[in-house]
Ligand binder design. Structure first.
Ligand SMILES: CC(C)(COP(=O)(O)OP(=O)(O)OC[C@H]1O[C@@H](n2cnc3c(N)ncnc32)[C@H](O)[C@@H]1OP(=O)(O)O)[C@@H](O)C(=O)NCCC(=O)NCCS
Length: 169
């Protein structure tokens, strides 16, 4: 099921047929530099099943990100339920295969995801980003999020970037 599109990307629901493509990305230590570990194929399957539970419970989750020009699965981007300092939040998340970095694709995805989240009714969207992950912080700022605070999530320091839903008179 297609969720949203950008000029260069399709964001659609993940399926178990995506395990191998996503596992290849999760196995790359460069991509996973700011995550606790790379992930095995079995762990990737578990992650996708957790994403299915998000689709059911919240009506959103992370989505397969398909590069239209070559019809390749290039990552998973979307909305993630989070709890930050006791507060329920919705995070814009993005991860792309490194061959596709540096082309503005994450910014393009994040911009569509932000609009989708606000259209769903979210009043506020955040991104949780490791202090050293400059590329990710740039993407967040380019789609309108601003630095809010530092906090700890699962025993790791993260920077919280946030944007409020625009209000129209
Ligand atoms: C973060 C990520 C999604 C960015 O993807 P991308 O498609 O390359 O991002 P964009 O091209 O849209 O924009 C990246 C911006 O960061 C900049 N950038 C990239 N790498 C950088 C680095 N190491 N240091 C500083 N800036 C960097 C780019 O120049 C660009 O900014 P600019 O347009 O002002 O030049 C990608 O690096 C990725 O998948 N990383 C691994 C997963 C991850 O860390 N996800 C985020 C978790 S919070």
């Amino acid at each position: 099921m297609i969720v949203t599109e950008t000029p260069r990307l399709i964001l659609r629901h993940l399926t178990l047929d995506d395990v191998d493509d996503l596992a290849t990305i999760f196995a790359d230590p460069v991509v996973m530099k700011f995550f606790p570990n790379t992930r095995t194929s079995e762990e990737t399957k578990g992650h996708i099943k957790w994403i299915f539970s998000c689709y059911e419970k919240y009506g959103f989750g992370l989505w397969a990100t398909i590069h239209k020009a070559d019809n390749q699965f290039i990552g998973r981007c979307g909305l993630i339920p989070q709890r930050v300092d006791g507060q329920e939040e919705v995070e814009i998340g993005y991860m792309l295969a490194k061959e596709y970095w540096g082309k503005g694709l994450a910014t393009e995805a994040a911009s569509a995801i932000r609009d989708y989240g606000f259209a769903l009714g979210c009043h506020r969207l955040i991104s949780l980003i490791a202090p050293g992950n400059i590329a990710s912080q740039k993407v967040a700022m380019k789609v309108g999020l601003t630095y809010e605070k530092d906090t700890i999530i699962q025993e790791k320091a993260v920077r919280v970037y946030a944007i409020n839903r625009p209000t129209f008179p």
